[in-house]
Design a protein around this ligand. Sequence first.
Ligand SMILES: [Zn+2]
Ligand SMILES: [Zn+2]
Length: 146
Amino acid sequence: MNDTIRGGCLCGAVRYEISGAQTVGGDCYCDDCRRSSGTAFCSHMGVAEDGFAVTGDLAAFAKPADSGNLVTRKFCPTCGSAVVSVNSGAPGLAFVRASSLDDPETFAPQMTVYASRAPSWAPPPAGRPTFPEMPPPPDRPDAATA
Ligand SMILES: [Zn+2]
Ligand SMILES: [Zn+2]
């Protein structure tokens, strides 16, 4: 898992490299993820923010989540592809959109959150921890994988 993980936006203006492995990750069916995704949910791959190196300009949109934490979603201003988000409640982590990975198999979803909001046409997958809303905040962000 020490290989560099690469990804970028649709037009190629934004590229990134990740050194280090996924720390936490899953699918989120919250309303904000749905609206920004183009489908029913977003797949977020959490990695150490200091191991996430991006080239190219990103536009950003910040909005408080249900938790009150500020979620800043970053995207390519040219093609609109979602690339990464950061969450004030999870300092030190970058949540890469799995959709932007060069090799989407790099992502290993560990949980599904806000599953109660999934539309009938995109039910959450079975076989992993699934929470109707956001699970209680852990002491450490990566403890949520337990
Ligand atoms: Zn682009
Ligand atoms: Zn969400």
